[in-house]
Write a protein that binds this ligand. Structure first.
Ligand code: ATP
Ligand code: MG
Length: 719
């Protein structure tokens, strides 16, 4: 076994060995925060003798949770790795054990975006709504807002109302918002579905209502550690407060310069003001950077220094000098991509494997041009993104088949009953739906009870039922990977894809099987079908690690916490990065932090690029202010700088900044603030729209959002 204290600097050593009480690490990118965190876990287990099951370690993504689990496994040699998970993943564990406290079965469903959309579709059809009334993504936002801005936080409706009561609310609702909201709650309750927000809200609710359960978890979690604390939000913070309430051993690490989720409710104040809430906290700083070459760090320091609202700190290099940071200007986006392809081939010829190279960008649409060029140049690549993999039709279908075995829920049934075709089309589905409604049973039950009904003549309903019954009877005892392979085969699903010639979809299924297999090897005994299904809904594409030698492409957001030998950051133009939606100074600083996160991912080489062209709104594309922020001496331009273009860009940027400043003079609130309006009463600021000089506010008394001028008389309130 490795010595867990080896290879740590003084600050890291202190962070690892100060196990009791409250400890906060504030340190820059690449300074070894995550390394200290995982070593601390191993130290607790190996040297102090704490059982892994008594440690909670919260990471920001599933991918980092997986990496952490593997690291801990190597360091402790123990198969039990305790609770190493995201907040959402941890809540799934709590709910699997204690959801009975809110009258939910253990086999609740975790709903992802596609599931929610499927429910919305039913509601829209039933109530004659169209996307013109509200798009699905707006509807999802509305539902989220309505749940989260309510105080007390829990939308008790879903927890306390019976299915009949919810149905009644839905039936009698008149306003679009109410129809959608209650329709959704009704659909959710029908299948015991919980979306991501619910996972946190339900867990909090249980903890705050049920003393016995709360104490059980408080006592169980002797040590709590949280990574990426700068991006914690209010609910997660509350959860943390509850969880550490008994042993009070809490270790948090974060970097204020890497706060990039304020748009989703994260608040860096929780990190910076931690000592006000917990005066006993010991704070440790780490200065040295072990990740990047001095050249890359100079660029990073020079960039982030332009943020006004920050603690002054520089990343200090420990590695020897490397190659310069290149900056390329393309006449067109295509030319930019061609340059990247050329550089990548050069690296590859020098012996750098493709998988050591990562392309980062602000938004997904930027990959199109790059992909076209890479296809032409035959550079293998893979795109990582939230929905790409697990949102794909074949993956959802495969998972729905698995869910049929475990839950037999309506959502999965509607998805796979007629895929491949079993002659269970719209008419027969409507029949089943009506039967289910009248008899208060599931669609699957309805089918089972009506196998002999004449409506089902000429269908393959009976063989579908026997397939599900046969496999379901022993699915619990077998490895998930085996069950998955079998159901894809016996259901005829793979055969259908083969007949269609959908090789890509078959490849994706193979990838899914591989990921299930990996899941089994990391989770050990816990790897049951139900456990897999509740957790898989939290997975994103980033969690599927492909072993192939391919260049990786991902958004900067999903690269958080990761590191790569070579990084290409493309599309460095005004209107792209910073995004054209950036319309407050605060938002601009967040964009800059995002750019900082991007450049600090690189270990050995960093390549920046931008191209001329036009934005969606027809405006000229200037080089990004973030390029201009970087001191010239740290960048090596691939061609003589077009001085005029830079001067023009400078004028454009200065003008825009001045405009924001002028606008902002009147604004005194930020999103998330609670305010009091003289007429409308209490509300929550959702957005500050500087272009229009208005706040978007959700007033407690109203169901709709309202725009209110920043000059209106608003007063800040506490709750
Ligand atoms: P981020 O803010 O980006 O999440 P971090 O502070 O979590 O960064 P780590 O990912 O833990 O940083 O470490 C960055 C790199 O430096 C890793 O490759 C890690 O192995 C290495 N490293 C950390 N500490 C040391 C050390 N004391 N000696 C040698 N290498 C180290
Ligand atoms: Mg980290």
């Amino acid at each position: 076994m490795e010595d867990v204290l080896q290879g740590l600097n003084v600050a890291q050593y202190e962070a690892v060995t100060t196990t009791e009480g409250m400890v906060r690490v504030i340190a820059g990118a690449g300074s070894g925060k995550t390394r200290a965190l995982s070593r601390r876990f191993a130290y607790l287990v190996n040297d102090i003798g704490i059982l892994p099951g008594n440690i909670l370690c919260v990471t920001f993504t599933n991918k980092s949770a997986n990496e952490m689990r593997q690291r801990i496994h190597l360091l402790t040699g123990d198969n039990d790795t305790g609770y190493i998970n995201t907040f959402h993943g941890f809540c799934v564990s709590v709910l699997q054990e204690d959801s009975y406290a809110v009258q939910y079965p253990k086999s609740f469903l975790v709903l992802d975006h596609a599931d929610i959309d499927a429910m919305l579709k039913i509601i829209y059809e039933e109530r004659g709504l169209t996307l013109r009334n509200m798009t699905f993504s707006k509807a999802r936002d509305m539902i989220e807002m309505r749940k989260l801005t309510k105080e007390p936080l829990y939308y008790l409706d879903l927890i306390q109302m019976s299915l009949e009561e919810l149905q009644e609310k839905y039936r009698t609702a008149v306003e679009t918002n109410d129809i959608i909201f209650y329709g959704y709650l009704y659909q959710q309750k029908k299948c015991f579905g919980l979306d991501y927000d619910d996972l946190i809200i339900f867990t909090l609710y249980i903890f705050e209502q049920n003393e016995e359960i709360r104490e059980k978890w408080q006592k169980r979690l002797e040590y709590i550690m949280i990574d990426e604390f700068q991006d914690i939000d209010k609910l997660q913070y509350r959860l943390m407060e509850v969880l550490c309430g008994y042993h009070k051993n809490l270790f948090i690490v974060g970097d204020p310069d890497q706060t990039i989720y304020t748009w989703r409710g994260a608040d860096v104040k929780f990190l910076l003001d931690f000592d006000k809430h917990f005066p006993s906290v010991k704070t440790i700083m780490m200065m040295e950077n072990y990740r990047s070459t001095p050249e890359i760090l100079s660029v990073a320091n020079s960039l982030i220094a332009k943020n006004k609202n920050r603690m002054q700190k520089d990343l200090l290099p420990t590695l020897p000098g490397g190659k310069p940071v290149f900056c390329h200007h393309g006449k067109t986006a295509e030319e930019e991509a061609v340059w990247m392809a050329k550089k990548i081939e050069e690296l590859h010829e020098d012996g750098v494997p493709y998988r050591d190279i990562t392309i980062l960008y602000r938004a997904h649409y930027l990959t199109r041009t790059v992909e076209e060029v890479f296809l032409k140049e035959k550079i293998p690549y893979t795109i990582y993104s939230g929905i790409q993999f697990f949102g794909r039709m074949e993956i959802k279908d495969a998972l729905s088949y698995l869910r049929m075995l475990a839950y037999k829920d309506d959502l999965s049934f509607a998805r796979v009953a007629n895929v491949p075709k079993r002659n269970l089309g719209e008419r027969r589905m409507a029949f089943l739906r009506e039967y289910a409604e009248q008899n208060q049973c599931s669609l699957y039950d309805a089918l089972q009870k009506n196998l002999d009904h004449e409506m089902m003549k000429g269908t393959k309903a009976a063989s579908f039922v026997s397939l599900i019954e046969n496999l379901a009877s022993n699915a619990a005892e077998r490895p998930v990977s085996e069950v998955l392979s079998e159901i894809l085969d016996l259901s005829g699903y793979e055969k259908m894809l083969r007949t269609e010639g959908s090789q890509e979809r078959l490849d994706n299924l193979a990838e899914l099987k591989q990921s299930v297999y990996e899941y089994e090897t990391t989770c050990g005994e816990e790897a049951t079908l139900e456990h897999y299904l509740t957790h898989v809904a939290l997975f994103t594409n980033n969690d599927v690690e492909s072993g192939k030698d391919q260049v990786r492409m991902m958004t900067v957001h999903s690269a958080k916490g990761l590191e790569f030998p070579y990084v290409f950051l493309c599309g460095m133009n005004e209107g792209i990065f910073p995004s054209r939606k950036t319309n407050t100074k605060q938002a601009m600083e967040e964009e800059r932090r995002l750019a900082f996160v991007a450049v600090t991912r690189a270990k050995k080489g960093l390549f920046l690029s931008e191209a001329e062209g036009r934005n969606f709104d027809g405006s000229m594309r200037y080089p990004s202010r973030f390029l201009l922020d970087i001191d010239e001496k740290y960048l090596t331009h691939t061609e003589p700088l077009a001085k005029d273009r830079y001067a023009e860009a400078r004028r454009y940027i200065d003008g825009k900044e001045k405009y924001l400043e002028e606008q902002e003079k009147g604004a005194s609130f930020i999103s998330g603030d609670r305010i009091q309006h003289p007429i409308f009463g209490k509300g929550t600021i959702l957005e500050v729209d500087m272009e229009r000089g208005a706040y978007l506010i959700r007033f407690d008394k109203m169901q709709t959002f309202r725009s209110i001028s920043i000059r209106a008389k608003l007063e800040k309130i506490d709750f």
